[in-house]
Design a protein around this ligand. Sequence first.
Ligand code: 13P
Ligand code: SF4
Length: 364
Amino acid sequence: MSILIQKPLPEEYHRLKPEELDARIAAARSALGSEVVILGHHYQRDEIIKHVDFTGDSFKLSRLAAGRREAKAIVFCGVHFMAESADILAADHQRVILPNLEAGCSMADMANREQVEACWQQLTAVVGDGTVPITYVNSSADLKAFCGERGGAVCTSSNAVSIITWALSQGERLLFFPDEHLGRNTSVKLGVPTDQLVVWDPEQELGGNTPEQLRNARVILWKGFCSVHQRFTVEQIAAAREKYPDVRVIVHPECRHEVVQAADDDGSTEYIIKRITEAPAGTTWAVGTEVNLVHRLAQQQPDKQIFCLDPVVCPCSTMYRIHPMYLLWVLDHLLQGEVVNEIVVPPDIIAQARVALDRMLGFA
Ligand code: 13P
Ligand code: SF4
């Protein structure tokens, strides 16, 4: 991803009190009516979530972006790769807006096209053809295009099982990027033997593997991770079980494999919400995902005990960059007929990235 710089907001936005921001966002939103749809990822802070039209995980938000053709503007309260996916899936007349251009994703930044192309070349030189590239949706649009061009697809945490199953049936092996952990968790779930999983470190020749290891591999996992989910540990799970013997532990599949194995369940943010919401009153839940979502669940469902597995609060700092003043600023411009912070994916990249995203959406 090229580095995007957010231009400073006019001073008046910084001076607004939370209740003023709230009232002005609500007024702007209602004046804009159905010309605008505001989407919010589950990790957004409460002050944003209360103003969005729809919330969702990455998969649900992609579908919503593809389906709201009446809206001329899609305001995406999430991170950059999500807004890019929305632009790829949106119709030509729709403009996608990211309220703060500096809301990126550190995991998505761990693989770029140059590195992945270098990997592909080295890999092909050793193993020949027959590799299917799969990118996690947390990646730049040009990596989605890379997959589209080579018979691969995108996946999210809610459909990784179906997409990886499909990919394994299409080729002799798959290259999965940028999240090592989602790739490993899903592959092991599908019965891929652990000695056929190798990690590709882009800083090393052949990714740090021998030619023999690569020839034997069924899945090649990019060495990337989420700094938020990396914090959850097996020790935290043990401590939660000791304190609350009936606790149910549910984590996101971006957590390390041993954490997912020690948990009772894992899934996308939408899945985590569903499982907890459907559970009986009186149950206790330790949740291994971003803390804004966990706190909201705890507030909304006081009949259950819900807490974050990591006692040290750790929000996704990039999601957190969508502050209400940025949301108001983009809505104020829309009221004046102006689009700021538009996310525009170049047409040649859209064409190929769309192939990979459409393949994924076909699995719903
Ligand atoms: P979900 O698709 O499960 O919402 O996950 C997105 C994400 O970035 C998790 O870190
Ligand atoms: Fe990226 Fe992790 Fe934040 Fe998700 S939680 S957007 S993977 S940095």
